[in-house]
Write a new protein. Sequence first.
Length: 368
Amino acid sequence: PPMASVEQWSENVLHAPEGAGAGETACSHSSSKLDLPPSPQINRKKHRRKKSVSKADGGMPGLAEEQEENIEFTIVSSTGQMWHFEAVNFEERDAWVQAIESQILASLQSCESSKNKARMDSRSEAVALQAIRNAKGNSFCVDCTAANPTWASLNLGALICIECSGIHRNLGTHLSRVRSLDLDDWPLELTLVLTSIGNEMANCVWERNTRGRTKPTPESTREERENWIRAKYEQKLFVAPLKYRDMAFGKQLFRAVMEKELHNILLLLAHAKKEHINECTDDKDRRTALHLACELKDVVISQLLVWYGIDVRARDVNGNTALYYARRAGSQECMDVLLQHGCPSDGCSTTPSVRRKSLGRTDSKFAH
C-alpha cells in the first residue's frame, strides 16, 4: 500500500496531546499507537536504483553501474525504543526526516514555553502575595497583633496568625473563610480583595469600640483568643454603628456600591442579614446590589456580596441575572466569580427587554 503523505502525518503530530516529550511527540512507546503510517515493502531492506555513468564521469559509454543505497530511516524515542521505516525513494525519505525533525523542534519549543509560563506564574503569585502583606496593618495579626501573619480570612479581608486561624476555622465559613498565604493558591479575585481591604480597614469595622475589653497579645492563651474572636465576629460586640440609621438598609447598600465606598460596604455587610443583602431596588428594574456591582465591573465588591450571602441566581424584572450585566460590562473576573458560585450560565431572559430612557442623573445610575 502507498505510504501516507508527509503533510498528513505532520498534521496528525500537530494535534498530539500537550505535555508529551520530544521523542514522544513524534512517536509513542508502542508501534500500535504510533501516528506514522505503516511502512511499505517491509520485507525489503535495500532499494536498488541504477545510475548511468557518462563519459564526463570517466566511465565507459553505455555502462550502467548498479549502486546499492540506503533509503531507510529510524525513529528513536526518549526511552530508547526504535522504529525502522523505509521510503520509496530518496526524496520521500528526506521529506519524512525533515517533517519529523520539525515536529521534534516544535515540541521542544512548546515544552520550554510551558516552563517559562510556569516561572512567570510563580513570579506573579509572589508579587501578589507581597502586595497582600504590604496592605495597611497586615504586618501584624488582626486579632492578637502577632508579627508576620501567614493566614488570611477572605471575607474579612484580613491577615491572621496560625494560632488565631484555628479559632477562625471553628467559627464556620459563614463568618470567616480561612486560607493560607503559603500553602493555597491565590487567584486574582482573592488577591484583589485582600489588597483592597487589609487589617487596618477591617478593624475599623469589626473593632471600632472594644468596650473596655483588653485585646489579646501573641502570648495570650487559646481561651483568651477565642473569647475575643467570638465576641468580635460572632457576637459583633465591637462593630462600628451604621452611618445612616434612618435610611433603609437596601438604599444604603446600593448607594455604597454605586459610589464604591468599600469601608461602608464592609460596615453594612457586618450588620446585614441575608434578607437585607438581597433587597431589590425600588425602581422598575428591581435589581440587587450584585447586579449593580457587576455592571460597574467591581470584582472585589461582587466577591464580598457573594460571600456574605447574596443570591447569585436573582433576576431583575427583565429576567436577567448579574451574569448578564458582567458580560455586558466585559468583566471576565466578575463572570468567573458568579459561575463559580452557581449563577446560571444563561444569564439573561429569552425575551428581549425594552430600554428605559433615564429621566435624570439619579435614575440613570440604575437604568440598565
